[in-house]
Design a protein around this ligand. Sequence first.
Ligand code: AP5
Length: 244
Amino acid sequence: MATASADLEEIPTVDLMTELLRRMKCATKPDKRLILIGPPGCGKGTQSPIIKDEYCLCHLATGDMLRAAVAAKTPLGVKAKEAMDKGELVSDDLVIGIIDEAMKKTSCQKGFILDGFPRTVVQAQKLDEMLEKQGAKIDKVLNFAVDDAILEERITGRWIHSSSGRTYHSKLAPPKVPGIDDITGEPLIQRKDDTAAVLKSRLEAFHRQTKPVIDYYSKKGSVVNLHAEKPPKEVTVEVQKALS
Ligand code: AP5
């Protein structure tokens, strides 16, 4: 629904100007359709907000969408919960449905970052079919390549600000005050599946079901390999090079 001019009066000038400047900057950016792929804890969620702001894309993280559905106890959430708690993948049909719906959002007009999707070859084929219907295709697949051995420390030390998706790490990227978001002062949470035991199943699912997706896109020539074991700022530089 369009905002009435009376409503606009209520918005502080500085917020209007910031939004105007953001839109002017975004108008100059090329459209991009990106996939971020890699094992749990490889840094997809850390780099996504940076890419989103730089290129004015929407960030579609299937894990976040599924967790929101579980928390709200929607029919989708009820179906997804058991697999997620065990570190297994939820069914292809469920995630394809939520992605198809999410890509229609206005914020996806200039393109999207898919974080955690596609995770099986069936999901990748379905995605390609959906895009083909719009005369579009995936521009780049960023492969966050990293050895399994360093992921347990990353995953078990992760803290999240749930409403913004900001991610911290108790040792590697600590918040200013332990357990508190730097920006809002709100409490941080830990994910239920961020334990060493569940990580084992998540890694098994990655190697068995998701690695073939990297091969699928490699054959199409769209994969760029990143050194995701490097510190976050160095990974950001690699991402920027890959997208320039
Ligand atoms: P999802 O939420 O997608 O989890 P995931 O793939 O396991 O990925 P993570 O969010 O754990 O890792 P990340 O790469 O974002 O890491 P982050 O940047 O936070 O999926 C959860 C579940 O949902 C699945 O198990 C499945 O059940 C279901 N699901 C989701 N999508 C599905 C699909 N398409 N099909 C079927 N089922 C699906 O980083 C981790 C930590 O490391 C942070 O603390 C961070 O501060 C730190 N860190 C990040 N980068 C670095 C760095 N370079 N150096 C040092 N530390 C770093």
